[in-house]
Ligand binder design. Structure first.
Ligand code: PMP
Length: 388
């Protein structure tokens, strides 16, 4: 069989392949990126599932609209307007997707012809690299620094041919855990505001801030070509596969809707109805506070252990929220080799390689802290420290 060039050129998820090896009970794994399952509100969701069936009956088992369940779209618009005055979203600006991952795929179908330019953080979110790669674009990686993406490199990249979009994760980025500063947000906005590009802020972790204050979005509410992506995967349950696109650009959104029709007709309406009932009948904010307290404790445990056990020439990020810490080893150290040594000691992480669109050999690694107790985190970091 001759498969398409685009699928042959798209790597299968490196992380999923790694997880096959790291998923054994005796391995301490910092490799996954899963929310902690103790945070799933299973009891309340059960009530909402029953309510969906009892009250709406056949409606939740019937085909539904591509844009999504109207009350859920209204809820999402209002939630953002409350969070940041001036955003002024309405339900018409919202499209519900099958996880925010689908949003990335649909956007790439709507915007990208083969060879078109995509500006992405380096290192960047692997799932976005994968979704975009299927359209065979030209990636322009822009270095992600502690304060946010490098502005000089961003400006250079914007001058390249046929650049269609800039993709960013400004809060507690995957894989680095970094958050753009207020100043860098303003500089990015100044750099992109007059460009003919779609500016994406992918924000699945934004609510999970455990220190500092919420910072305003870079372009949302200010620029017509701003696209905000959100998700309920990290705050309710990823298996429900519920995410969304928020934008005032309705021409763009109608193209996304067409692409979605071709892809899956609509997002699971049973899940949408259940989620909406859950959100409007429970103390959702209190629930999110509990997740924040849990992740804060785990993140502190990892940072304390790193400080204690890692050699001083290793540097690392100190996340203000989210799920990841990013570790940089000295120049020339190969993180993939360290991964194999770590597996021999029954501890796992993700080597930085798949998060880059240009570099192949890297000295960086991603550590996830949301799936182990503080005691296990300390033991795992101690073993890693010995290897490093
Ligand atoms: N964007 C980022 C930055 C992510 O880390 C993830 C999940 N790993 C997603 C999007 C996709 O999330 P979901 O499809 O579950 O909403």
């Amino acid at each position: 069989m001759q498969y398409s060039d685009s699928i042959l050129n798209t790597p299968s998820s490196f992380i999923r392949n790694i997880l096959k090896v790291t998923d054994s009970a005796d391995v301490i794994s910092f490799a996954g990126g899963l929310p902690n399952p103790i945070s799933f509100p299973i009891g309340q969701l059960k009530e909402s599932v029953n309510h969906a069936i009892d009250e709406s009956g056949a409606k939740v088992f019937q085909y539904s609209t591509t844009q999504g369940y109207l009350p859920l779209r209204q809820y999402i618009a209002e939630k953002h307007n409350k969070k940041q005055p001036g955003l002024d979203y309405t339900a018409d600006d919202v499209l519900i997707t099958t996880g925010s991952q689908q949003a990335l795929e649909l956007i790439s179908k709507v915007l990208l012809n083969k060879g078109d330019g995509v500006i992405i953080e380096e290192p960047g979110y692997l799932g976005a690299i994968q979704a975009f790669t299927l359209r065979e674009p030209t990636f322009h990686g822009v270095t992600l620094e502690t304060e946010g993406i490098n502005i000089a490199e961003l400006k250079e990249a914007l001058k390249k041919r046929n650049v269609k979009m800039v993709y960013t994760v400004p809060n507690f980025q995957n894989p680095t855990g970094l958050t753009y500063t207020q100043k860098r947000r303003e500089e990015v906005y100044e750099a992109v505001k007059n460009e003919d590009i779609i500016f994406i802020e992918d924000d699945p972790y934004g609510e999970l801030r455990f220190t500092g204050e919420h910072l305003p979005y870079i372009a949302a509410g200010k620029m017509e070509n701003s696209v905000l992506l959100g998700s309920f995967s990290k705050t309710v349950a990823p298996g429900m596969r519920l995410g969304y696109i928020l934008t005032k650009n309705h021409e763009f959104l109608s193209h996304v809707e067409t692409a979605k029709q071709a892809s899956d007709l609509h997002t699971n309406i049973f899940a949408q109805y259940t989620l909406h009932h859950y959100l409007t009948n429970n103390a959702y904010e209190k629930h999110v506070e509990k997740i924040i307290a849990l992740y804060k404790e785990q993140s502190n445990a990892m940072l304390t252990a790193i400080e204690k056990y890692f050699p001083p020439y290793v540097s690392y990020t100190k996340p203000e929220g989210g799920m990841f810490i990013w570790v940089t080893l000295p120049e020339g150290v190969n993180a993939l080799e360290k991964f194999h040594e770590a597996m021999d000691q029954k501890v796992a992480f993700v080597p930085g390689n798949p998060f880059y669109t240009s570099k192949k050999e890297v000295n960086t690694m991603r550590l996830n802290y949301t799936n182990a107790t503080p005691e296990i985190i300390e033991e795992g970091i101690k073993r890693l420290g010995q290897i490093l």
